[in-house]
Design a protein around this ligand. Structure first.
Ligand code: NDP
Length: 293
């Protein structure tokens, strides 16, 4: 079998066209979505991610600012900055780029963000809502994955879904979303015994670990849909996923490439979350305007 490529770049371009229409519609309602990205320090990968996000917003004619803060900033100073952004009515979405320097407790900072402005969906109120099956702001990467599966026409009802990786930002929320869609979900972590026995059962396999090419073709069920979230920068500068693409594509029915798979979807969903946050913070809070996928 030669798997269909799930082209995240192409899908995100299609979504962007819908977003342009929505942005014009919102202008007519006096709603101006805006994002503030807080970047602490000079981590090279973070700089690239933040620049890409900022560009996406600017390309759509949306307000976006990068709040650059020194790497030796204290936790108290950063919390003060978050508070100022919470209180600024022009700021509709706040994203704190992770990782943060070691003197700062990331969770404390995330919990300080006004949950209505938490466009990453990491605040415990948003995480709790997802846990209760009443999602409000859903983390961007899992939301993008669900959109990809929907676009591929994947029937999740009764499907065996296996998620490798159990982080708060990808593994756990995607597992909850898959379960909500009717899949039977297994979550694997670093202590999982015989990983292959789990991955081989998966009709839908989502891998979010951060270990280049750890999932080989012989660990995948014939005809599975494989979503590779991993982004690993190799010594030659190239990006690789957590799935060994060449062997996996011989077995899978459909697979996301790295780069050009989940990554572009994550940024598109950040725009979706920011637009929806802006609608809900507007005086009318007209829910009929919300983007729904
Ligand atoms: P984390 O480091 O937060 O979590 C990694 C998870 O993988 C942990 O739950 C860990 O288990 C688990 N794990 C580690 N080793 C194994 C193993 N051998 N077998 C099974 N599970 C294992 O990573 P993130 O979720 O933040 O990111 C994962 C990857 O996805 C990274 O490459 C990251 O760059 C990428 N990413 C890509 C995005 C995109 O837009 N495409 C967005 C976000 C992340 P344990 O819980 O036991 O420690």
């Amino acid at each position: 079998m030669n798997a269909t490529l799930i082209d995240g770049k192409e899908l995100s371009a299609r979504i962007t066209e819908q977003l342009k229409t929505k942005v014009s519609e919102l202008q007519a309602h006096g709603i101006a979505p805006s994002l503030s990205v807080v970047l602490v320090g000079d981590d090279a990968a973070s700089q690239v991610y933040v620049k890409n996000k900022d560009k996406k917003f600017k390309d759509l004619g949306l307000a976006s600012e990068i709040v650059r803060l020194p790497k030796d900033i204290t936790e108290a100073e950063l919390l003060q900055k978050i508070q100022a952004l919470n209180e600024d009515p022009k700021v509709k979405g706040i994203l704190v780029q992770l990782p943060l320097p070691s003197q700062i407790e990331a969770d404390k900072v995330i919990q300080a963000i006004d949950p209505r402005k938490d466009v990453d969906g990491f605040h415990e109120q948003n995480a709790g809502a997802l846990m209760n099956g009443q999602p409000r702001v859903v983390p961007c990467t899992p939301l993008g994955i669900m959109y990809m599966l929907q676009d591929q026409g994947v029937n999740l009802r009764g499907a065996e879904a296996v998620v490798v990786g159990a982080s708060n930002i990808v593994g756990k929320p995607i597992a909850l979303l898959l379960q909500k869609a009717g899949a039977t979900v297994t979550i694997c972590n670093s202590k999982t015994r015989n990983l292959k026995a789990h991955t081989q059962r998966a009709d839908v396999l989502v891998v979010a670990v951060g270990k280049p090419e750890m999932i080989k073709g012989d660990m995948i069920k014939a005809g599975a849909v494989v979503i590779d979230v991993g982004i690993n920068r190799m010594a030659d500068g190239k990006l690789k996923g957590d799935v060994e693409f060449e062997s996996a594509r011989q077995v899978a029915k459909a697979i996301t490439p790295v780069p050009g798979g989940v990554g572009p979807m994550t940024i598109a969903m950040l725009v979706v979350n920011t637009i929806n946050a802006s609608i809900l913070q507007s005086p009318e809070a007209d829910t009929s305007l919300l983007l729904k996928f």
